[in-house]
Design a binder for this molecule. Structure first.
Ligand code: DC
Length: 669
């Protein structure tokens, strides 16, 4: 999709339709690790494909697991508790769900079987604490060194005495991150051979639902853990991971939160249906649904699905202890933009040690939109904007910040006038858990056509407008309309039907019933791929003639207008800025000279092995220009407010950059 470092969301008005969630990150990485440690082969279905699962899979491969990936199904033959590779450097990106459990499992494996491992990640990973886990593992006798800063990755694990001490309970802090306890629970069955292993939690355990996921999945792999309150966990003596054979990963409940919120905010007719997770989910974040209901969502659920509509409007402000839904609670902060009054989210200190300091990040970015925000060490208070502002949202390499702020595009529903677009910076950071988040969002949201931005690129034949416009569309992540191809397709269809331009009525009828589908570089006419044929000189000549017929032009108008869809459109042709999209946000008119264009066309043809004469090419172009310029209807001419761009001496990249720069100037960010 987009190659610019941002994605602009136009003001959005409505939501309805069905989305399928990607697999849960928490379940995916736990299942991968358990399958990697177990004996035998596990087939994991509906696995999340994301940055965090990719680093886990790569690490398991490096450790010697046999892995065969096919789409979202992965077959893993595990180590059966025996290290195959005793020396590896594992890069774990920014995946806490890989770093913490792998540290625990590998620490006890190296202590008992020997080896040397280094675990590192991206710079932010090296700022995320791991000292409490290392302290716990050192009680067992594991040798773990900090390669960089004390208390943080990267870590080096080296061989110990050949055994570990499991007689005394292992103590671990539970009030910074529950992932330390999860890591021990996942890894310590490896050393339960000589007796039960007891883990004692110090301090109030946070994020308990994630520990429940861990216990649930351990059970699926044959390991029973006895839990006494949330203070003491006992792994039975002789516990061994047994592969369940096949295992399915639920849809991600945290990812569901954006679509639950979407339904609550904007589904005023049909609901937003979310497939992959239901209220029976084992993920704690499913309880986000209760909070969303308290704010006004109207939710129905069945096994593996949710349907959400707007209930109360405006939403109700709430005060909530969010300890049980730390990740999904961020979505409540976005919903607060649409609430009556001040929403207060408490007990969220763990936000400060996640992908970024999430309290600071949410506060700063919500303020950019105009919201009033108060933040404390472990809480945030959000009151909706009195006046909305268009904002470029910094996302801090945090997928959840990016997804949360997409919901701000519905500001018109909160009375923003004018409605403002929202720019998401570094949108690709959603790949951590939901690589196709924005595409999925766009498939279930609607807006007024007038809110969808349009950029037009008009100009004469062979001016390079198609190439420039399609590159600009790709950079912005916008749809692309090659209107010349629409006329060429009409010409081809007419030629095939044996209809001449003299028979205007029949050509217009063909134009009106054109079955044309564009997808990437493919153009299908009546199901048949015709992209190459449309470039034929004969088809071009016919197109030039049929495009001069007024009834043909009006027959093709609706089709061209239908390309104006979320998140935006770049359209190229002759009359995009003058006739079809007269209110376009930016109109470019290319003015390369006929001599230059003939030269380019000549080069193009020669490179394809087609003989060509530069003078006759130039004469042809001039004749076509004259025909396009002098026809009575929609003649080729720049719109009054067009930006003229003489690209005679520019490379395509230079032109694209110039167009993007002009676009930037028109944007309100
Ligand atoms: O840009 P092109 O060469 O693919 O266009 C083919 C013909 O269609 C060209 O002769 C002009 C005509 N055309 C038009 O009249 N209006 C447009 N918006 C696009 C193309």
């Amino acid at each position: 999709m987009y190659t610019t470092p941002f994605l602009d969301l136009p003001p959005l008005l409505h939501a309805a339709g069905t989305v399928r969630l990607p697999g849960s990150k928490s379940i995916s990485n736990r299942v991968l690790l358990l399958a990697g440690l177990a004996a035998g082969t596990t087939v994991v279905h509906d696995l999340l494909d994301s940055d965090d699962t990719r680093v886990m899979l790569a690490a398991l491969r490096d450790l010697g697991c046999d892995i065969d990936s096919r789409g979202d199904t992965v077959r893993i033959t595990g180590l059966g508790g025996r290290l195959r590779n005793r020396d590896a450097r594992l890069f774990l990106g920014n995946a806490g769900t890989a770093m913490r459990p792998l540290t625990a499992a590998l620490a006890v494996l190296t202590a008992t079987q020997g080896g040397r491992f280094e675990l590192s990640g991206v710079p932010r990973m090296h700022e995320r604490p791991i000292g409490d886990l290392v302290d716990a593992l050192r009680q067992l006798g594991c040798r773990i060194d900090y390669v960089g800063n004390e208390g943080y990755p990267p870590l080096r694990l080296t061989a110990g005495s050949g055994s570990v001490r499991t007689q005394a309970p292992i103590r671990v802090r539970g009030d910074v991150s529950s992932q330390f306890l999860t890591a021990l629970l996942l890894g310590l069955p490896l050393v339960s051979g000589i007796g039960p292993v007891v883990i004692e939690v110090e301090g109030e355990l946070i994020s308990k639902p994630y520990v429940e996921i861990t216990l649930n999945l351990l059970r699926r792999f044959g390991i029973a853990v006895q839990r006494d309150g949330w203070q003491r966990f006992t792994i039975a003596q002789g516990s061994a991971y047994v592969s369940p054979g096949d295992i399915h990963v639920e849809g991600d409940a945290s990812s569901a939160s954006y679509f639950v919120a979407l339904g609550a905010i904007a589904a005023t007719g049909q609901p937003v249906r979310i497939e992959g997770v239901g209220l029976d989910s084992i993920q704690g974040d499913i309880r986000f649904v209760e909070a969303a209901k308290a704010m006004g969502a109207d939710v129905r659920s069945g096994p593996g699905w949710l349907e959400v509509k707007r209930g109360r409007w405006p939403l109700a402000a709430i005060e909530l202890d969010c300890n049980h839904i730390p990740d999904a609670a961020m979505t409540l902060a976005s919903m607060a933009l649409y609430a009556e009054g001040t929403t207060r989210l408490t007990n969220i200190a763990s936000w400060r040690v996640k992908e970024t300091d999430r309290i600071a990040a949410m506060a700063a970015e919500l303020r950019k939109l105009g919201a009033q925000v108060v933040e404390g060490a472990d809480f945030i208070e959000v009151s909706p904007p009195a006046r909305w502002r268009a904002a470029a949202i910094h996302t801090y390499d945090d997928h959840r910040v990016a997804m949360c702020f997409s919901l701000a595009a519905f500001n018109a529903l909160a009375g923003a006038d004018p409605a403002v677009p929202v720019r998401i910076l570094d949108p690709r950071c959603v790949a951590k858990t939901f690589p196709h988040y924005f595409e999925t969002l766009f498939s279930v949201v609607q807006t007024a056509t007038s809110h969808v931005p349009v950029l037009t690129v008009d100009g004469p034949s062979s001016s390079g407008k198609g190439t420039v416009a399609s590159a600009v569309a790709q950079a912005l992540g916008y749809h692309f309309l090659d209107s010349g191809a629409v006329y060429r397709a009409t010409a081809l269809a007419a030629m095939r039907a044996g209809v001449t331009p003299a028979d205007e009525a029949r050509v217009a009828a063909i134009a009106a019933s054109l079955d044309l589908a564009f997808e990437g570089h493919s153009i299908r006419l009546g199901g048949e791929e015709v992209a190459d044929q449309l470039r034929d000189e004969a088809v071009g000549a016919m197109a030039s003639k049929v495009s001069a017929l007024p009834t043909v032009r009006s027959a093709l108008r609706e089709l061209q207008l239908s390309f104006r869809r979320i998140p935006g459109l770049v359209a190229d042709g002759r009359d995009m800025g003058t006739v079809i999209f007269p209110s376009a946000n930016l109109k470019i008119f290319l003015t390369a000279s006929a001599a230059k264009r003939a030269e380019r066309r000549h080069k193009q043809l020669i490179s394809k092995g087609i003989p060509a004469n530069i003078d006759s090419l130039r004469a042809d172009l001039e004749a076509r220009d004259a025909r396009d310029q002098n026809r009575a209807i929609a003649p080729l001419k720049p719109a009054e407010d067009a930006v003229l761009l003489d690209n005679s001496d520019q490379t395509i990249d230079e032109s694209v950059n110039e167009v993007l720069a002009a676009w930037e100037q028109r944007r309100p960010f």
